[in-house]
Design a protein around this ligand. Structure first.
Ligand SMILES: [Cu+2]
Length: 362
């Protein structure tokens, strides 16, 4: 009899243990246990786990806005004052208008959890930017002189952060993010431009074409996610606040504007390894404070006070756990539904992110 009880007990324990493991595996292998791929630092790991990730992000900008109104290149050169007017060789109005910008960023990331409470994260990037412009002839009028394109590429800034688990329960979890952005991106990139006087000098490029901030910046954030306590539930959701604070001037006497972002998403599992997501994101970026004395041209991007922007994006994405379960693939497409720019500034057209994450099985 006692033997039977012992056996039963043992059996029950094994089943309980097994189902516990099952539940654990299930929770980890839900495609929606990670946020849409465009969200950074969205999840934490358990003690001893690590993960490598590769992301490619592309953003396209086209046309110009002042506030929420679009302005043509001709309207810009006729109505928008040049911030450097009065300096030698500087016209009263803007004379060079950017028309299109593409930014591509490849990001390499690593995560490691030394304890259940803390996950460490490092992420570096490689950027390619390209900007097309129209140059108008001379100091006034609307005669187009020509077009030119500037390009930069190289290492961007590198972020290191700690994600600190603040709480968890019945499918929900909270974690805070605290980190530093290291100035690994160059801020003295140059390229050839076409001036209104029909010269083609090589100059230091305006702020949006530089590869980094040039300063040590503070990164902070708070993330909430809920994958539902019921393992069969198909709906998940989450929310994240994330900021980059520019706390010091760089070696060229300026600091980029602070950045704040608030994202909320919902996901739905359409097949065990696949979830689809919808996301709404509000973004704020401030003006450049101070200025680089070598960035001076009758173009909006060279003006420190024409960088403040606010935007609301809608994102549609998918997460897919590949058959061997060590790999995850995520993609997300974003479209702005509203933007207000202290302009003229270039208008964001669309964004696309694709990412592959690899975590060895425990
Ligand atoms: Cu991870």
């Amino acid at each position: 009899m006692s033997k039977f009880v012992a056996w039963s007990f043992c059996c029950l324990c094994s089943i309980a243990a097994l189902s516990d493991i099952r539940a654990d595996i299930r929770a980890d292998t839900r495609p929606d246990s990670h946020a849409p791929i465009g969200v950074m630092g969205d999840h934490v790991h358990k003690k001893g786990e690590w993960m490598l990730s590769f992301r490619t992000m592309t953003m396209s900008m086209r046309g110009n806005l002042q506030g929420t109104n679009s302005l043509s290149p001709e309207q810009i050169v006729q109505t928008q004052a040049n911030a450097f007017a009065g300096m030698p060789m500087q016209p009263a109005n803007l004379r060079v208008v950017p028309t299109k910008m593409t930014m591509a960023m490849q990001m390499l990331g690593a995560m490691y959890a030394p304890t259940d409470r803390v996950t460490l994260m490092a992420m570096t990037s490689y950027k390619n930017t390209e900007m097309d412009h129209i140059t108008f002839l001379g100091g006034m009028g609307t005669q187009r002189l020509g077009t030119f394109t500037t390009k930069t590429s190289g290492l961007g800034d590198t972020q290191v952060a700690a994600l600190i688990k603040l709480g968890a329960g019945s499918g929900a979890s909270w974690h805070g993010t605290l980190g530093v952005s290291l100035p690994t991106g160059d801020i003295e990139e140059t390229d050839q431009i076409l001036t209104p006087m029909n010269m083609r000098p090589n100059v230091r490029l305006p702020y949006p074409m530089q590869l980094g901030s040039g300063s040590f910046d503070l990164v902070s954030g708070l993330t909430y996610s809920n994958h539902n306590a019921d393992h069969n539930a198909k709906l998940g959701w989450g929310s994240q606040w994330r900021s980059v604070w520019r706390v010091e001037d760089n070696s060229d006497d300026y600091r980029l504007g602070d950045e704040h972002q608030l994202s909320t998403w919902a996901s739905y599992i359409v097949a065990p390894p696949v979830s689809l997501s919808g996301r709404l994101t509000y973004m704020y970026k401030g003006n450049v404070r101070g200025k680089d004395a070598l960035i001076m041209a009758p173009v909006q991007t060279a003006d420190p006070n024409r960088h403040k922007r606010q935007r609301v994006d809608v994102g549609v994405g998918a997460n897919w756990i590949l058959p061997n379960e060590n790999y995850r693939l995520g993609l997300e497409f974003t479209l702005p539904i509203w933007q207000r720019l202290s302009g003229p500034q270039m208008e964001t057209d669309w964004g696309f992110s694709l990412g592959l994450q690899w975590s060895p099985s425990a």
